[in-house]
Write a protein that binds this ligand. Sequence first.
Ligand code: PMP
Length: 343
Amino acid sequence: MKELKYLVRPNVWNMKPYSSARDEFQGEATVFLDANENPYNAPFNRYPDPLQWKVKEQIAKLKGIKQESIFLGNGSDEPIDLLIRAFCEPAVDNVVSIDPSYGMYEVAANVNNVEFRKVKLDSQFDLDIEAVLSAIDEQTKVVFFCSPNNPTGNSLTRARLYQILNTFQGIVVIDEAYIDFSSEPSFLSELEQFPNLVVLQTMSKAWGAAGIRMGMAFASLEIIAILNKIKYPYNVNILTQKQALVMLESKAEMERQLRSILAERSRLQEALPQLSCVRKLYPTDANFILTEVTDANAIYKQLVEQGIIVRNRTNVTMCQGCLRITVGTPVENTALLEALKKM
Ligand code: PMP
């Protein structure tokens, strides 16, 4: 990896971050007259902990990593944007990613006026290493991979990700939003080995908390410090921090839901191919299934008419004729299967 100093944008490297009242005093006191807060309406009158230490303590315990290696944000969409802002000089640098994949990498690059280079997956929806490496040049500061990948559902071959980690001199982001549904191990255990690795996870999927907006980035202490330097001072509000803690403390409930979702995924994988409107099911390590159907637009519309919404991916690269179906509750999945039977 290049020295971090030469990867980070010079203005970001040289700037002094905003210092909030809550940064300057942490600890026990009885009278807080430092942050121009209203003294009434406790606890909502107070600014939240800017670095969310209680939540990080719990996540560190669950994942077996250091609290200082964790960045928490307003969904994983926040670290996706911050990584581009920290490392990519607008109109000069570029990011490389795969196609098809999660749409926000490209949106975040576009918002920041950073060139986005898409490399098509191979016919197995896997990384085409040669193509990725040839898309990378001196101005490539960040590469984004998503494994298990959205919308295809498969995990990228681990050995190929190692190849990139070992070759590329910039930042390698592996988005593991769906890792809890996968039998593949996380790349979290590789953080010590690869100083250029950033792993993204989220509470929006397996943890069942998309509404609270809690995304996680895991990386070296140095990379996390850069993200903290440029984030909004109070990027995760009190309500989210509180609710995240409550949910993280009920890991058993998350695991119970996970088992149900995985059992239902298997049921859908058995039932869907037997329907006449289903042409093909792609393998999945996530909580959704990409399926090729006889007429994606018509079937999508007919499902909507029955109040059942799936994601029509027919206009996405390599996904022609495909719907992406999220695994729901047993009742919801039965409703979907019953509706599809008649199409
Ligand atoms: N990464 C991937 C691969 C996703 O599919 C999604 C959401 N669909 C996200 C990140 C965003 O997650 P969050 O809700 O944490 O912003």
